[in-house]
Ligand binder design. Sequence first.
Ligand code: G3I
Length: 391
Amino acid sequence: MRITVMLLAMLLFFLPLCARAEEGPSSYHLPAYDDQVPSLREAYADFFKVGAAINTFQLQEGSDFYKTVIKHYNVFVTENEMKPQYINPSKGTFSFDAPDRFVAFGESVGASLRGHTLVWHNQVPQWWFKGENGGTATSEELLARMEEYISTVMGRYKGRIHTWDVVNEAISDGSSGLRDSDWVRIIGDLDGDGNAYDFMEYAFRYAREADPDAQLIINDYSLESDSRKLNDFYTAVRTMLEKGVPIDGAGIQAHVSLGYPSIATFEQAIEKLASLKELNPSFTVQITELDVSLFAWNDQSKTKEMTPELQQKFAEYYADLFTMFKRQAEKGNLDMVVTWGVFDGSSWLDGFPVSGRTNAPLLFDRSFMTKPAFWGVIDPALIPEAIAALE
Ligand code: G3I
């Protein structure tokens, strides 16, 4: 009799819970950190790691931001704080306060970390390019600074930062070949083999030496949409791999616009780059800075009304992207997808490139609420209910 009563009581307790699980969440418009909201990193655990760019000043424990990031991501990268301009502002000065906080945070939550970025033409200290005796630095001076920087920074976080963007944005936008940067102008074609990839070759070799186990990435934008740029990037990476330069993967930044490029064009870019596995079996592709602008790049309008139709288009594009990423991960072509920011309240696309323009390119809105696109990434079939929940 007592056992029957206990069993009945247990049944009464668990039945509503089971029914609730089947029913799904009480709403599809919930705070990102709500217990009823599925975790992105868990949803994609069988396919790839999911990450986001953060700033350490956003990490107050217990804040909406903090609760959101620890729930959803297992990869982090700093949006700005690990760029050479901040770490090595003047000769002999290295500032590691923010990077140390970043690494301590990542370790405290068991996440993988990306180091962004070592060699770039932007946010780089200008003293690197100036000679000891005035004028422009020599190639020897610049390479010595590059080596010192890479060995100091990577050495400090050896075995703790999993992946590094060793070279960022080296390919030209308008014309063919390499971007015309101080790196190319000063280092040039040192080995006389007919190309000026030398600064990248040195960077990757220094990086491998500094932390032999770190994953070394070459990162760039518009690879998913600009076939000329993709081809030049591919040729550069292929040529370097053929010379034995230690490159472990290609980062496709993926600052895309709603509906552009097509999923098929994007997928072809991943496949093309992943084919470099024939030269380095562990070569992989990563999506490193994903966001989906509501606007074409230089659309001068300042806002866009989020009508249900626009929500739907936005959610479907995000959902289609992640379905394609899953397919590519299953083929062994992709191991990581990182968004450039966490919520619409803190995105580089607000006010850029059009001043005063408000954008909304991420999966969580300005109040950390889930957008229909978030539910679309969890399961495309949920998009209609998520849009209805906004009304
Ligand atoms: O640190 C200064 C601050 O002292 C000053 O008061 C303030 C005034 O404008 O500027 C601050 O610097 C800003 C910096 O972000 C840090 O907030 C720069 O003006 C601003 O241009 C810079 O923008 C960053 C941009 O890289 C620089 O190129 C964006 O936040 C960051 O999201 C963006 O990230 C890049 C990736 O590293 C590479 N791929 C493209 C991506 C988007 O542009």
